[in-house]
Design a protein around this ligand. Sequence first.
Ligand code: 13P
Ligand code: SF4
Length: 353
Amino acid sequence: APSDPDLVARATAAKAKLGSKVFVLGHHYQRDEVIQFADVTGDSFKLAREAAARPDAEYIVFCGVHFMAESADILTTDAQRVILPDLAAGCSMADMAVLGQVEAAWDTLTELGIAGTTVPVTYMNSSADIKGFVGRNGGVVCTSSNAKRALDWAFEQGQKVLFLPDQHLGRNTAVLELGLSLDDCVLYDPHKPGGGLTPEQLRDAKMILWRGHCSVHGRFTLDSVNDVRERVPGVNVLVHPECRHEVVTASDYVGSTEYIIKTIEAAPAGSAWALGTELNLVRRLALAHPDKQIMFLDKAVCYCSTMNRIDLPHLVWALEELVAGRVVNQITVDADTAHHARVALDQMLALPG
Ligand code: 13P
Ligand code: SF4
C-alpha cells in the first residue's frame, strides 16, 4: 500500500530539520514506507559497519530489530544515541539464547574438561549479553556474510565450536563451507539437562549447535523447493543460510541478504529466481528487476513480524521527538557488557578477507 502522504511529509520535514545530526539505518527486511527514509540500507553486517563509521551523527535511528540497535550502541561513541522506533521490534531467534542458559551450557562443558578447547561463536542475531559472554570467553561474532571466515578463525583457536543461537547457519556453514560432516555436529537443547546430549556426544562433536532458528526462514521446506522447480522449469533457487539444511542443500545458491541482492542484480535478463528470504526484500527486488522473473520461494506469506513493527508512524514519532529535543526509545548496553561484546565484535571486524 502507498505510504500515508501526511506521514511522508512529516518524516521528510523532521529529517530536514535534524540534518546531519540524525542518521537513519534500514535493514533490508523493513517496509517500503520506512526504507524510503533510510540514509543507508544493508544486511546486519553492513549496518553494523555503517553505524561504526558515523561518529558525527548525534542520533542513529535504527530501523531494524533490538539486537541490531544494541550492536550499534556498542560500536558507536558514548556521545551518540541509538534509537529503535518501536521497542517491541525484537527477534525471536535472538530470544532463543538467554545468558543464564548459555552459562549453564558452558558449565557443562567446563565439568567435562572441554570448555578450554571450545571457542564460542555467536551470530549477530543475539543479545548484547550473549555477545559479551562470547567476548569474555575468547570467541567471535559472525553474520551470514562472514560465518565461514569466523568459523575458520575459531577452529584455528580451538578444537570445537559452540555456535549460538542459529543451528541452521551453524550447520550449513560447517557442512557446506568447511566440509565437516553432519555427524560432526550435535544439537544442544537449552531446555534439557546437559542439552539433551551425552558426555561422549559433547566430547566427540566439532560443532555444538544451539537449538535456535529463525521463524521466518525456518518456514521454507524441501517441498517448497521441489514445488517451484516443478512449476518453473529452469528456475534458480537462492536462499538465505538461516534456512533448514535440506532446503539449502536442495538450492542452487545460498548467501546473506547482501549476497542475494548482488546475485539478482548480476543475473541475466529473462532468468527466473525463487528467493528463500523475507518477503519485503523479495517484493522490492521483483519491482526493481522487471526484466527478470523473481518470485517468493513459498506460497505462504513470510514477513518478519517483529521487523515490521517499525512502521512509518513509529519512525515519524521518533524523529519528531528528536526535533522537539526529546530522545525516545534509546537503546543502551551497560558498560561492562558493551566492553566484552565489543571485543567479540572487533574480532569479527578484524577477520581477514
Ligand atoms: P542478514 O542481514 O545478516 O542477512 O541476516 C538476516 C536476518 O535475519 C536479519 O535478522
Ligand atoms: Fe530474527 Fe528471523 Fe526476523 Fe531476522 S528474519 S529478525 S532472524 S526473526
